[in-house]
Design a protein around this ligand. Sequence first.
Ligand SMILES: [Zn+2]
Length: 296
Amino acid sequence: MPKAGARAALLLFLVGCISLALGACSSVKAAPTDRQAAVTPSLAPSPSKSPAAHTPSPSPTVIRVGNATPAPRWLGTRVLTTGVAKPTPPELRNRSIITVDDLPPPADGRFHATNRAVPADVLARSTWTKGCPVAATDLRYLTVGFRGFDGRAHTGELLVNAKAANDLIKVFRQLFAANFPIERMHISSAADLNAPSTGDGNTTEAFACRPVRGQSAWSQHSYGLAVDVNPFQNPYQKGKVVLPELATSYLDRAKSRPGMVAHSNAAVKAFASVGWQWGGDYRSLKDYMHFSANGG
Ligand SMILES: [Zn+2]
C-alpha cells in the first residue's frame, strides 16, 4: 500500500470521513469497472491511533489512485440557483477525482484515437436535433485517449465538426503526451443539458446544441467547433456569474492546480498548434474552459 494512501486514509478517518467506499461516486452514471474494483483499498488506521478504536463497526475504506480520490458522495446531487456563485467546498478546492470509465480504457496504456461518422445511437443520445445549425453528416464521432487525474490512460468521446476532427485528435494527442489531466470526457444528452444546476460538473466536451451563454446566437459548440476542458478547474466568469457555480476557488488563476488551463502549460499550446483560441484571453469575460476554432 502506498504511504501516501495510508496517510490519506488516516487523515480522512480522523476528520470523520468514515463512509467513503468503493463505488460511492454519486455523480457518475457508469458502474465501476473491474479494473477499479481491483484497486487495493487502503486499510483503516490502526486501533491504537484511532479515536474510534472501541467501535466494532467495519473499517472505513478509502480508495485512492495516485493522488486522486473518489468523488464526494454528494457530487451532482445538490441543486442550486443557476449562475449564483458559491464558495468551493473544501473537498473540491484541489479537485483530483478518479475517472470512472465511460468507455474501455486502452489496454496498452497508450494514446489511441478513432474518427468516424456519427453512429445513430450516439446521435440519438446527444443534444443534436434537426433544429441545430449543423447537419449530422457534418459531425464526426471521435474517441481519444486522455490522462485522468489518477494518472491512468482512459478513453473519451467527442462529437466534433468534421472540419476540426483531425486537428482535435492532434490536440488530445499532445495533451496526453504532456500528462495533462482530464476528469471525464463524454457526450452530454439533452437531459444533461437541461438538468437543474448542481454547480460541480466537470465534463470535457465539444458539441452541445445551445446558444452562447446569456445570448440567443448559437454557440460555437453548436457547430462542433468549440471544446470545453475541465470546466470545474476552468470556470466561466462574467460579472457575478460563475459556471460551474461552485468553482469560485478556481477563479484564482495564480494558484496553479492540476487540470487548470494556462499559457504556461500544455493546454493552450496544444490548441494553439491547430490555430484554436482560448476563452481565458477574452477581455469582457473569462471562459477558461473554452477553446474554439474562430475565437468565438
Ligand atoms: Zn465553451
